[in-house]
Structures are given as structure tokens and as C-alpha cells.
Design a protein around this ligand. Structure first.
Ligand code: SAH
Length: 352
């Protein structure tokens, strides 16, 4: 209720807000935001959505094996994760790295905005005995410059706010805003280009052509994180990383969605603060910034997992379980083209 009334008053006093401001309020509002409130675990069967590492340990194991295929052996790597959630992926990655003994793990740095998740991360990771630090901004990683690094971002970028722009009949972009009309939130189009259209140079970025969509979602905060990740790799030793998420290699149209109880709601204005809001990741934009420092490799989740031998690892596990366990291991769900295999993408990177 507090978020709704905050947004309503803001709109009544100063006019419609950007989709980005709307998302930021819903997701990050102090104590009440979707990712900042404490009372409900949002990930997993009883939550609103399930992520790949929560489906199967194979996911983290295969990611760890990809990292190990790139590392300089016998060296120490510090791990940085953005948005670790329940830390299931990190726990599986660490377990696999410890088992295969090719490298040592140094410190662990976690960028996490939710106190609730920080507590779960503490419970899961503290027993492993590493030095763990929580940060608010990637600039706080400075003291671990001059070290090898492994960077993990899984389903982090889709939770960052987006702006939505739409081209009009004069081929100029206007911004889609959120207004409050007759007691309801609703989308409206700005009458003229907003300051965001000008600052982000949307007309230049998406020149009018039959290949360019007339409506685009862009996430300047994602660009900032990608620039920060490029900076981390720039003046340091060996750095490798993975960004895995759903999205496209290019901007999306109308991908903003509200998710609650494992379903997509008909409107993002339902259950404000109680439903997740997310949008497709534009991997081309992230790649643009990362390529200044890293060699990058873009694949679907299916291609990444299968080319890194998930099927072989699954069959080893299956030998030790009954048929029932096939579902639990989740190979099909993670890799099938009609399930998570094609929708989710991997942008892997390694310092040039
Ligand atoms: N990586 C986990 C969790 C994904 S949910 C998994 O795949 O299971 C998104 C995660 O990002 C949550 O931990 C959420 O609290 C965190 N997050 C979202 N926006 C953030 C922001 N702006 N800054 C830091 N953490 C954020």
C-alpha cells in the first residue's frame, strides 16, 4: 500500500513517471519493495518463480566446469556475484571447484540489495569458511583489483528497471510513462520527447528503418553494470564471467511482465510490490560494453549446457537414483527448446 500511495502522490504532484521510476519504486522501495521486503521467500516452489540453479545442481556444476576450463591452474580466484538470491548457484559452483581442485578460491564479494537474501546467503555460505563481503556498488570491489576473478550474474539483469520508448508518426521517439487516471495506474505516451529521450539519444540509437522496432525497451542501469564489469577486468589479472538470463541479442518490445505465484499477471499494475517485475535483457547492449575488455561468447542456455557436457554429468547422477529422479535432475527442463533452453541466454566473457 505504501508504494502505491507513494507513486500516486508522486504522479499527482509532478505528473506521470517513467516506467523505470515505476519499476524502481516497486522493486527497491525501502522495506516494502519486492526485493527489499522480508516476509516471503520469492524464489522456489512456494515463491513466485524458480530459477535454474534451484531446479538442479547440474546447472551450477556445468557453470563451474566452464570456469575451470578457462582458469589459470593453481592460481587463486576471487568470486564476485551480482544478485545471488538464495546463493544456491554459488554454493554449487564452489562445491564443484573445491572437488576438482584446479584453483583456490580467495574472497567472495556479493552485490545484493535485499536484507532477506543477505541473511539466506550468510546461512548458506558462512559454513564454507571463506571471507565474504556484501557491497552496494561494484566500485567497492577496488581492493580486490590485482587478483584473478570469476564473475557470476544469473537472473540479475532482468530485474533492473527499463525505460520504454515508442516511435510516433513523425518518426520521433516519445516515452511511455505511468499515469494515475480514474483511480487506476495506466500507461500513457508522453506528448513530446522526454528528457530521457534526449539524454539517451534514442532517435540516434534506433534510427528509423524497417529493421528497427517502433517500440524499444532500454535499461541504462544495465549499461552501467556492464561498464563496471568491463572496468573490473581492465586493470587486473585474469577475469572470466558469465551473464545468464532471459532476453535477446538486441532490444525487446513489450517484454515487461509481472510475475506472481509462477504465472505472468495480465497487468504490471496488479499486486504492486507483491509481484516481481522484470524485462528481457538486451545482451547486445551488455556485449557492447564488455567487449572493450573481454572476449565474449553468446549462446542459448541449451547450447551452453549441452556443449559443456550436462548430459554426461546427468547420466552419472541418474545411475545413482531411480527414474523418478530424472525430473529432479531437471536436464530436460533446463535444456529443452520449448522450456528454458532457448529463452535463456549465456553471455560468457574472458579477459582479452
Ligand atoms: N541469482 C539468483 C537470484 C535471482 S533473483 C538465482 O538465479 O536464483 C534477482 C536477485 O538480484 C535477487 O537476489 C535480488 O535481491 C537481487 N537484486 C535485484 N536488483 C538488485 C539491485 N539493483 N542491486 C543488487 N541486487 C539486486
Amino acid at each position: 500500500m505504501i508504494i502505491e500511495s507513494f507513486l500516486r502522490h508522486k504522479i499527482q504532484f509532478s505528473g506521470p513517471v517513467s516506467v523505470s521510476d515505476f519499476m524502481r519504486a516497486i522493486l527497491s522501495f525501502p522495506k516494502e519493495g519486492y526485493y527489499t521486503r522480508k516476509e516471503k521467500d520469492i524464489i522456489g516452489a512456494k515463491g513466485d518463480f524458480t530459477t535454474s540453479p534451484e531446479i538442479s545442481q547440474l546447472f551450477g556444476e556445468v557453470i563451474a566446469c566452464w570456469f575451470l576450463s578457462k582458469v589459470h591452474e593453481k592460481q587463486t580466484y576471487n568470486i564476485i556475484e551480482l544478485g545471488p538470491g538464495r546463493a544456491t548457484l554459488l554454493r554449487d559452483v564452489i562445491r564443484t571447484i573445491e572437488t576438482l581442485k584446479k584453483i583456490d578460491i580467495g574472497s567472495i564479494t556479493l552485490l545484493e540489495s535485499s536484507e532477506h537474501f543477505k541473511n539466506i546467503q550468510k546461512q548458506t555460505l558462512t559454513p564454507l569458511g571463506y571471507d565474504i563481503k556484501w557491497i552496494h556498488d561494484l566500485s567497492e570491489c577496488q581492493e580486490i583489483h590485482d587478483s584473478n576473478k570469476i564473475i557470476i550474474c544469473h537472473e540479475f539483469f532482468d530485474s533492473l528497471p527499463i525505460h520504454v520508448f515508442e516511435r510516433d508518426s513523425r518518426d520521433t521517439f516519445g516515452e511511455i510513462l505511468v499515469d494515475f487516471v480514474r483511480n487506476n495506474f495506466t500507461f500513457v505516451k508522453s506528448a513530446r520527447p522526454t528528457i530521457n529521450c534526449r539524454l539517451l539519444k534514442i532517435d540516434e540509437m534506433f534510427p528509423c528503418s524497417r529493421y528497427m522496432p517502433n517500440s524499444v525497451e532500454v535499461s541504462p542501469l544495465s549499461w552501467k553494470f556492464a561498464r563496471d564489469l568491463a572496468k573490473i577486468g581492465r586493470d587486473t589479472c585474469h577475469t572470466i564471467g558469465i551473464i545468464a538470463d532471459y532476453g535477446l541479442y538486441g532490444p525487446s518490445t513489450s517484454s515487461l511482465r509481472a510475475i506472481k505465484d509462477h504465472g505472468i499477471l495480465s497487468s504490471p499494475f496488479k499486486y504492486i510490490g507483491k509481484a516481481d517485475l522484470s524485462a528481457n535483457v538486451d545482451f547486445m547492449a551488455l556485449d557492447f560494453y564488455l567487449r572493450s575488455t573481454y572476449k565474449t561468447f553468446f549462446q542459448t542456455q541449451r547450447e551452453f549446457l549441452l556443449s559443456n557436457h550436462i548430459a554426461a554429468r546427468a547420466s552419472v547422477l541418474l545411475k545413482n537414483y531411480s527414474n523418478q529422479a530424472e525430473n529432479a535432475i531437471g536436464l530436460h527442463r533446463l535444456t529443452d527448446e520449448n522450456r528454458m533452453g532457448n529463452v535463456y541466454k549465456f553471455l560468457c566473457f574472458e579477459k582479452k
